[in-house]
Design a protein around this ligand. Structure first.
Ligand SMILES: [Zn+2]
Length: 312
């Protein structure tokens, strides 16, 4: 408890000093890369945006994964264009992964986007709507909370949002996105009682995998991530977490085991929360027991350049 309080004090001081955990890299100049929009969790004390990632190809942001609070500002700071997005993938619908989605759609009004935008995310259960219902709850022109933006669902605007539910029940789902340059695959992961997916994007000979929030119980991520060039794993809890936190999230030993089993080339830790911030040395030590590859603790706006190996 004392250690936790000390970390809170350290981060309170850093925030007073204006420390914002921002990286300076850009993904605009790389042939293929993934950029972190938000490396934090739902807290307001971590000086980070909540979850969001952007995959870049030849100067264009093509795939958006999650859109938690603050990701919208980071999206703007990257120089990405709403027009360039080809698909949105949602790992699950917790607020810290989805709340900036309506803000992004509203921002799109001020662009000349005229190509439909697919949104893929998990099916629902009694606690969460499925992705299609979630989008309808936001934008349905009769009943959505933002019904004034209903034209993005009913076909009366320059483009449509096209939501799809991907089964969060089965062990493996594969979806085809209307772009021959990349393939997108999802698996269901255990995130307490919340339907959740991990995503894999294959393009230009590289494989990018995002764990989303999960605790490892489904043992599906190690299969999805096999041979991945980069695995972004959510590092929300320390090793000694228990109870609800452990039912929702994976501790460092599970992250290390998955990265090692899947033989991923590099591991990026994100969704960093007050429970793990300041604890990096200990977390890395535990992960190292299992995994020998490159480990990076991610920050907002950090870009990871990947070696594109196939033709455009
Ligand atoms: Zn979550």
């Amino acid at each position: 408890m004392f250690k936790y309080r000390l970390r809170l004090v350290i981060y309170a001081v850093l925030s007073i000093l204006g420390e914002t955990a921002l990286a300076t890299g850009t993904c605009r100049d790389v042939s293929l890369g993934i950029q972190i929009l938000g490396s934090g969790g739902p807290e307001m004390t971590d000086q980070r945006a909540s979850t969001g990632y952007l995959i870049w190809r030849d100067g264009h942001a093509r795939v958006l994964i999650d859109m938690g609070p603050g990701s919208m500002l980071r999206f703007e700071q990257t120089g990405a264009q709403v027009n360039d997005l080809q698909v949105i993938l949602l790992t699950h619908l917790h607020v810290d992964h989805s709340a900036d989605l309506p803000a992004l759609i509203k921002a799109g009004y001020f662009t000349r986007r005229n190509v439909d935008l697919p949104v893929y995310g998990p099916t629902g259960n009694t606690l969460m709507p499925g992705t299609t219902a979630f989008v309808a709850d936001l934008f349905n022109s009769a009943s959505g909370v933002f019904r004034y933006l209903g034209s993005y669902l009913n076909g009366e605007d320059t483009y449509r949002l096209l939501p799809h539910d991907i089964s969060a029940e089965g062990k493996q789902s594969t979806i085809a996105v209307n772009d021959r340059r990349f393939k997108i695959t999802a698996v269901s992961v255990h995130h307490g009682p919340i339907p959740a997916l991990a995503w894999r994007i294959d393009l230009a000979g590289q494989a990018i995998v995002i764990s989303g929030d999960m605790n490892g119980d489904n043992h599906t991520l190690e299969l999805l991530a096999t041979g991945a060039d980069i695995l972004i794993a959510h590092h929300a809890i320390p090793e000694d977490a228990h109870g609800t936190a452990r039912d929702l999230h994976m501790p460092p030993s599970v992250i290390g085991t998955i990265a090692a089993t899947a033989k991923v080339k590099q591991l990026v830790l994100s969704h960093r929360m007050m429970r793990t911030l300041g604890n990096e040395t200990e977390s890395e030590k535990i992960i190292r027991h299992h995994y020998g590859g490159r480990i990076v603790f991610g920050d907002d706006l950090q870009c990871f350049s990947l070696q594109a190996t196939t033709e455009k």
